[in-house]
Design a protein. Structure first.
Length: 206
């Protein structure tokens, strides 16, 4: 792309013109709070504790931290945000973020939800592409493990991870869409790199 055609990323008026003064003030306050490591550590601990004892916290999280970074819990709930952004020539990225799940059933459910985002992103011009986290399709323990030390059980679990990732990439290629694979944490990088490189065959073939 010619540099003359690149947007001016320093033009904050253009970037934030769809937000009200209230929205901007809330965002600034949130980022100021998140810039304090001790506060983030305390907040994370309290959130995990609340979840562990099944204390409801969605009333506090959803209109604050969640609203700053997410459009909704599913595509239909995100519709208002999608429409508003597209009105300002901004396309959305559909990302079903479910991490830290352990059961095979939950991992398969996550895969099914990601496939829905792939379908939606491929059919609707308001979406730039879909994206997924491999940690939503595998346990972190398996992603972090050296494949040369896999047990038979590990190998079977890894085959299921590959099947899930392959189904997503195959569906994307068939729909003529685009999907990104989140790189995630450095200690998971080797396994994720291998998955991404294997899936490049879909880009080459299509």
């Amino acid at each position: 792309m010619n540099e003359k055609n690149l947007p001016d990323f320093g033009n904050t008026e253009l970037a934030f013109r769809h937000l009200s003064d209230k929205d901007l003030g809330r965002g600034r306050l949130l980022f100021e709070l998140l810039s304090r490591p001790w506060l983030v550590a305390v907040g994370s601990f309290m959130a995990k504790l609340a979840l562990a004892i099944r204390f409801p916290i969605s009333w506090a999280v959803k209109p604050t931290v969640y609203a700053q970074f997410c459009g909704g819990e599913h595509i239909a709930e995100s519709e208002a945000t999608i429409a508003m952004l597209y009105k300002h020539n901004v396309r959305t990225i559909l990302d079903y973020s479910a991490e830290g799940v352990d059961s095979e059933k939950e991992l398969d459910i996550t895969c099914s939800e990601i496939l829905k985002t792939v379908e939606a992103a491929s059919e609707d011009p308001r979406h730039a592409f879909a994206v997924f986290k491999p940690s939503g399709l595998s346990t972190n323990g398996l992603l972090a493990k050296d494949k040369s030390k896999f047990s038979q059980t590990d190998q079977e679990a890894w085959s299921r991870v590959e099947r899930r990732v392959r189904s997503i990439c195959a569906a994307t290629a068939e729909a003529g869409g685009r999907v990104l694979i989140d790189a995630e944490e450095t200690w998971l990088q080797d396994s994720i790199d291998e998955l991404a490189e294997d899936m490049m065959s879909f880009s080459i073939s299509s």
